[in-house]
Design a protein around this ligand. Sequence first.
Ligand code: ADP
Length: 353
Amino acid sequence: LKYNEEQVKRRKLYNQVQEAKGNIRVFCRSRPLSKQEVVAGCASVVDFDAAKDGELGILSHGSNKKTFKFDRVYTPKDDQVDVFADAAPMVVSVMDGYNVCIFAYGQTGTGKTFTMEGTEATRGVNYRTLEELFKIANERTETHSYSISVSVLEVYNEQIRDLLATETSKKLEIKQASEGFHHIPGIVEAKVENTREVWNVLQTGSRARAVGSNNVNEHSSRSHCMLCILVRADNLITGESTKSKLWLVDLAGSERLAKTDVQGDRLKEAQNINRSLSALGDVISALANKSSHIPYRNSKLTHLLQDSLGGDSKTLMFVQISPSDQDASETLSSLNFATRVRGVELGPARKQI
Ligand code: ADP
């Protein structure tokens, strides 16, 4: 009986994955108003009345309401479990040989790190993903042997830093292997066999991120934090092996530079962030338009993600927003970016799950 139930569940999941195949999907998540915002008298500009239908309204300039539609819209009441339940079918497909990319986009302070990393009490997509991969590997021991490894990187000012490395002096470059896969020679790929090992690796990565920066929060808002999960699957029945890659990315903050900050290091950082986030948008548009040239090489971010953007890979974007009236213009700009991304069909016609 248990076997049948599992089969039904797996088939359902498989169908969901098939429907999502080749598509970019966009989930929108808003954090709640913070205590400080409430105290300061900020009002929410987000209308969640049609959130169940994937719609969200932004009230701007008094009575005007602009409506957006995404594959999912979460209200601040939806928790990490609700969010991961929707992301899981994508994640699972990496165990079947697909390349997958999940990234969180949005202004600093909107919950990108909350969604991807979470906290020990409310773990996010990164940890839950690995937990799910182990679960599947354990269910399939009779037919498959899996080997899973994790790398943790940071891209800051167009430079790649290996957050699991013990020496930091090495200059890291992206190379293309003979089978077409992109990789970074010399990068640490930590083999993980259970969730405890995963938690340790993720913690090591987080700690390394803080090293060498005066202000950890500021630094992490200006760099992309990227987790790369490599899955090697050996099919014990057919003898076939597949290698697939799952990227989980907490992007740098998408906010525009304040007019008071337009010089020096801040300017350079901001230009690099702009450049990589626009490169991401450009790659996705080029894929949508079936351009003969996809400009992956315009930024380290897109170059790294190359294997997991386009082709038959699956991409999920979380667009994170703040509900506060003070952030309304950044919110609109994030939602417009996400709409541009969602307009894309990389493969067969989209069907809503
Ligand atoms: P970002 O990574 O986009 O800069 P954070 O993840 O650091 O933003 O979130 C900013 C603050 O908002 C944190 O204190 C975080 O705990 C809180 N927060 C974000 N999303 C949620 C949510 N869905 N529910 C409750 N608190 C949240």
